[in-house]
Design a protein. Structure first.
Length: 439
């Protein structure tokens, strides 16, 4: 019986520890969400002080509402943990009650038996009625073990009562934590309602600017089309240069081979004599032929860089250390209801924020498109493009390193800082966020 109680106690202790770890993880997640909400609120307030309602404000308030939803979901999961724990503790208390009833009943029976056989005469009569000495020894041992058994029964009852009191205290503590969590949930729900009202207000203001927003969207699409043309042009130029370089290398190799053949032929026609050593024709290096489907942009100098770039997919640093994504790759629905399809990711940050290269590479293009600067970097057969920059400090043909500053964030049509970041190769565009590390 003692082993059963101890095993039960160990199980309870482990269960409480596992529960604490779960609540601790939820609390840690909630604190992180609160931190993100505070940062978003700060960005929102800064933007409000500078301009009227715009796309950035709408995006920030959306982010804030989504974060607040996650906070409430976190609290709900915490409440589920507390409810499950309260239910489990109540079950344990019920088990202790049943166990105490059994122990007390058994202890009462043993006490009644001991009372009926309490006299010394009964004790001695039980021993001396043994048939032999060994039997008498066994009867003495039995009486001692029975007395120890009664003592253990009392200890079991005491231990079980202590465990029951501990679980009752745990039950009270968890009910108190649940009440606190419910109060927190109510407070966060009110906050969410306020944020939702602010979101609706901004959306209403933006809808009033419908014509202006549509003009901005049209200008944005026109601008992005020009940037896309610049990217295609840069890739074609890189391909042409790669082909010319390959042809030049092949011509130089052929010229060297012809010279080697002439030298070999001259040696073979020389007069033979006893001191002349045999001349062995030198091995001609194999001419490398591009495999079908292999990119013309790959060569011996950048193939390692290209492979490294591919291996780092999903782990590249963001071009801006801290920023808010305004538009994702693909279709984006604007506050006015208009849908715009983009082949980049638009990232907002304070005007003048440094823009950094996401990987080692070579500057392929530095170009001005509609009063904004565009930088294209080649990474083997891949190209990363940074549009809407100011203060560009790199030039074509320059080698750059990962996280090297190439320019700064310029203002967009709303008057807020933002850049468009593209990821391409000679065949297609990619979703840039699939290449960048998760924030």
């Amino acid at each position: 019986m003692i082993k059963i109680i101890f095993s039960f106690f160990i199980f309870l202790t482990f269960g409480v520890h596992a529960y604490s770890q779960t609540r601790e993880a939820l609390e840690k997640q909630r604190q992180q969400l609160k931190k993100e909400i505070e940062q978003t609120e700060q960005l929102l307030n800064n933007n409000k002080a500078k301009t009227k309602e715009n796309l950035l404000q709408w995006k920030l308030i959306n982010n804030k509402v989504n974060l607040q939803d996650r906070v409430i979901d976190n609290i709900n999961r915490d409440l589920n943990v507390l409810n499950n724990n309260i239910y489990s503790i109540q079950k344990d208390i019920n088990k202790f009650d049943r166990l105490l009833d059994t122990l007390k009943e058994e202890y009462a029976k043993s006490m009644v038996y001991a009372y009926r056989n309490r006299s010394s005469y009964e004790f001695l009569n039980f021993i001396f009625s043994a048939s032999n000495f060994n039997d008498a020894i066994k009867r003495v041992a039995y009486l001692k073990s029975y007395r120890n058994y009664r003592e253990m029964q009392g200890e079991n009852i005491s231990r079980t009562q202590d465990l029951r009191r501990q679980r009752i205290a745990d039950l009270g503590g968890n009910k108190q934590k649940k009440n606190i969590a419910l109060q927190t949930q109510s407070k966060e729900m009110k906050t969410l309602e306020q944020q939702q009202n602010e979101k609706d207000r901004i959306l209403s203001e933006l809808k009033k600017q419908g014509k202006n927003l549509n003009n901005q969207i049209a200008a944005k699409q026109k601008q992005m089309k020009k940037v896309s043309i610049a990217i295609v042009t840069a890739i074609r130029r890189a391909q042409d240069e790669a082909r010319k370089e390959a042809v030049a290398k092949a011509a130089a190799e052929e010229k060297r081979r012809i010279a080697a053949d002439k030298a070999l032929a001259k040696n073979n026609t020389a007069p033979a004599n006893s001191n002349t050593k045999s001349v062995t024709e030198p091995a001609r290096p194999a001419i490398k032929v591009k495999k079908t489907g292999e990119s013309v942009l790959l060569n011996s100098e950048n193939i390692a860089l290209n492979s490294s770039f591919e291996r780092n997919k999903g782990a590249l640093p963001w071009p801006i250390d801290r920023g808010t994504v305004l538009m994702h790759y693909g279709n984006n629905t604007m506050p006015s209801g208009t849908t715009i399809n983009v082949t980049s990711v638009t990232i907002s940050a304070d005007i003048g924020t440094p823009v950094k290269a996401v990987f080692d590479g070579t500057i392929s293009t530095v170009q001005t498109v509609e009063d904004m600067q565009v930088v294209i970097i080649q990474h083997g057969r891949y190209f990363s493009t940074y549009s809407n920059l100011s203060g560009v400090n790199v030039q074509r043909g320059q080698e750059v390193k990962t996280s090297q500053t190439i320019g700064r964030v310029a203002a967009n049509f709303d008057g807020v800082g933002a850049i468009d970041f593209f990821m391409s190769n000679e065949k297609s565009n990619y979703d840039p966020e699939s290449w960048l590390r998760r924030r």
